[in-house]
Design a protein around this ligand. Structure first.
Ligand SMILES: O=C(O)CCC(=O)C(=O)O
Ligand SMILES: [Fe+2]
Length: 364
């Protein structure tokens, strides 16, 4: 890398541990909570759903409709694997900045190390680092750990496999709660209804301890562009979701729990019944935080549209068909307005998309 370019990147990617004060470039004078108050989980809390509960499907339907987010326990992903993926992520972000930059995301690429991808939409910087994995992690991991990358690659591959299985199961439950049977009603679910052809990316997020957390922002408010997102967070809280009419609600980490977000494509598929949840990550004065988001969507050639079973004379389709890539392009252009650019019809109840009230929604 030419040295002037790498100097510029290092200036943009500081060694957070060396900063004793919050630089002005990281000070968010205006955060979204100007309009919305913040609550801890004592006010209202995101539903926690046991996947072994015989009522799991109904509970998921209710959570998707009212919150657009829920946590799952007894999901079948082992604690050992969650610990291992957390450990690989922590090892990655603990590398010296110069080493991490060897696997920097290229300006037009998606995989690799860098700031949150949504950073370009904001004038202030976010107190976080990210690493995106699309496809195999081998090449980038070899750059990070030239002599010792295979174990880390294996952990990521196993985690992605487990996530894919869980995501397929959650798809069946979420669709089932809308009255849609994966096997009969969704062609791309495949003969075993395992959504084998689905696409996905893994997003590792690291939020170092911050000297002035009240003025900093870990990851600004956004909805995910996915069908659904499976988020693992370590034991440090920081995730908040916006509950319409209430405010920002903390999503407290539950031992071995996974947070499931409804994404924009599920909102479209459900013809607006399931809201894609607006969420953000705050930072902590003394503790670092890690999160690992499995971003799950349809195969690249599949167009997502309001499902025919949810459409009728009194329920016209609210959105036009769109592929994941087309939607990502729309989101990158129109940010929080992306859903309205896909909309073909104003809902009969006259409500606008929840996200349009906020001016800081970005790609997930
Ligand atoms: O760190 C978190 O809790 C949120 C991460 C997130 O929203 C994302 O990666 O899209
Ligand atoms: Fe997100």
């Amino acid at each position: 890398m030419p040295s002037r370019l790498s100097d510029a990147i290092i200036r943009l990617h500081p060694d957070f541990t060396s900063l004793q004060e919050l630089p002005e470039s990281y000070a968010w004078n205006q955060r979204d909570d100007i309009d919305y108050p913040s609550f801890d989980s004592s006010a209202e809390s995101v539903p926690i759903i046991d996947l072994n509960d015989p009522n799991a499907l109904q509970n998921i339907g209710h959570a998707c409709r009212t919150w657009g987010v829920f946590q799952v326990i007894n999901h079948g992903v082992s604690t050992t694997l969650l610990d291992m993926v957390e450990s690989t992520s922590r090892t990655l972000f603990s590398l010296p900045v110069n080493q991490k930059l060897k696997a920097a995301r290229s300006p037009d690429g998606v995989s690799g190390y860098g700031f949150a991808r949504i950073s370009s939409f904001f004038s202030k910087l976010m107190w976080s680092e990210g690493f995106t994995i699309v496809g195999s992690p081998d090449e980038h991991f070899r750059q990070l750990w030239p002599h010792d990358y295979t174990n880390h690659c294996d952990v990521i591959k196993e985690y992605k496999q487990e996530m894919k299985q869980l995501a397929g199961r959650l798809m069946c439950l979420m669709l089932g709660s809308l009255g849609i049977t994966a096997k009969q009603d969704i062609k791309w679910a495949g003969p075993k209804s395992d959504f084998k052809e689905a696409s996905a990316a893994l997003q590792l997020n690291y939020y170092p301890a911050c000297p002035d957390p009240d003025r900093a922002m870990g990851l600004a408010a956004h909805t995910d562009s996915t069908l659904l997102t499976i988020l693992y967070q370590n034991s440090t809280s920081g995730l908040q979701v916006l509950k319409e009419g209430v405010g920002w609600i903390k999503v407290s980490p539950v031992p071995d729990g996974l947070v499931i977000n409804v994404g924009d494509l599920m909102h479209i598929l459900s013809n607006g019944s399931y809201p894609s949840v607006l969420h953000r990550a705050m930072v902590n004065r003394t503790r670092h935080r890690l999160s690992i988001a499995y971003l799950y969507g349809p195969p690249s050639s599949v167009k997502i549209s309001p499902h025919p079973k949810l459409v009728g004379p009194t329920h016209p389709p609210l959105y036009r068909p769109i592929t994941w890539n087309e939607y990502l392009d729309t989101k990158a252009k129109y940010f929080n307005k992306a859903l309205s650019w896909v909309r073909v019809c104003v809902p009969l109840n006259g409500l606008v998309d929840v996200n349009e009230h906020n001016n800081s929604v970005k790609v997930g």
